[in-house]
Design a protein around this ligand. Structure first.
Ligand SMILES: NCc1[nH]cc(CCC(=O)O)c1CC(=O)O
Length: 309
């Protein structure tokens, strides 16, 4: 009997792409095993009419998958690291992070080539408070409208003419074959990405060494150290839910460079901090940048963002 690995996944096109990617990688590294997808609906997928930040944020997309792991209905869950809360439930671990796709935000429009070309009053769609505050800071004249749904739905809403442009993660577009729709990339200086953006992580049971051994071959240490620093920053800021926080780390040799940002929803205030450290000190670096942001007044901005929601 060959070994079986069952992957709990959401049913969105992007989630299925990521689960299929992990399945293919597992089969490539371990030709003897069998891998099966276990698709499921999550609360986050079912509630589509309310802005995400109002209904509890990211955790909504992962809870059902985690229940399936704890119940033994599946062995691993594949997540966009961006959507994974900074802490894990008792009994589950996330030790495997796959190589990162393009972490930048992308500008998508049928009529305009860049943010700079948008006329005053243009309507831009995004559901992310992080993107919203950075857009508003640069272009206070733009009208930002909430844009929910999976990548395909968001593109369809743009094509219906509901928006002049939308901002999406480049990674999701590229994975689903929509790279040709990207009119321009937003540099980290323009739109600092969210912690974990573009990275796929694999969660499993803490007491399952068989699965952990199989997963080891899929791990990318460079991506993992970058995401570790980014998530440590968010954790120190207690930015578990949808909040106007950007965190982005790059590696130069063995040196990590972490940039962090906290904004007010109207973009009127943007706090920024950055630092470098050896990659072995990724978590301490995250805490250091978070504390620099707190020293600039980040706590008050985050508290105000929670209040307004
Ligand atoms: N919040 C939804 C989500 N989660 C992961 C991605 C994109 C892929 C990634 O960042 O890995 C997206 C879509 C988006 O933000 O445009």
């Amino acid at each position: 009997m060959s070994q079986m690995v069952r992957i709990a996944t959401r049913k969105s096109a992007l989630a299925l792409w990521q689960a299929e990617y992990v399945k293919a990688e597992l089969e490539k590294h371990h030709p003897e095993i069998m891998v099966q997808l276990v698709p499921m609906s999550t609360q986050g997928d079912k509630i589509l009419d309310t802005p995400l930040a109002k209904i509890g944020g990211k955790g909504l997309f992962v809870k059902e998958l985690e229940m399936a792991l704890l119940d033994g209905r599946a062995d691993i869950a594949v997540h966009s690291m961006k959507d994974v809360p900074v802490a894990f439930p008792e009994g589950l671990v996330l030790q495997t992070i796959c190589p990162r796709e393009d972490p930048r935000d992308a500008f998508v429009s049928n009529h305009y080539a860049s943010l700079a070309e948008l006329p005053a009053g243009a309507v831009v769609g995004t559901s992310s408070l992080r993107r919203q505050c950075q857009l508003k800071a640069r272009r206070p004249d733009l009208v930002i409208k909430d844009l929910r749904g999976n990548v395909n739905t968001r593109l369809a809403k743009l094509d219906q003419g509901d928006f002049d442009a939308i901002i999406l993660a480049a990674a999701g577009l590229i994975r689903l074959g929509f790279q040709p729709r990207i009119a321009g990339w937003l540099a980290p200086e323009q739109s600092l990405p969210a912690n974990g953006q573009g990275a796929v992580g694999i969660e499993c049971r803490a007491d399952d060494p068989r699965i952990q051994q199989l997963l080891a071959a899929l791990h990318d240490a460079d991506t993992a150290d970058r995401v570790l620093a980014e998530r440590a920053m968010n954790r120190r800021l207690q930015g578990g839910c949808q909040v106007p926080i950007g965190a982005y780390a790059e590696l130069d040799g063995d040196t990590l460079w972490l940039r962090g940002l906290v904004g007010s929803l109207d973009g009127g205030q943007i706090l920024q901090a950055e630092a470098k450290a050896p990659r072995q000190q990724a978590e301490a670096l995250g805490v250091q940048v978070a504390e620099a942001l707190l020293a600039e007044g980040a706590a008050a901005l985050l508290a105000a963002a929670y209040q307004e929601r």
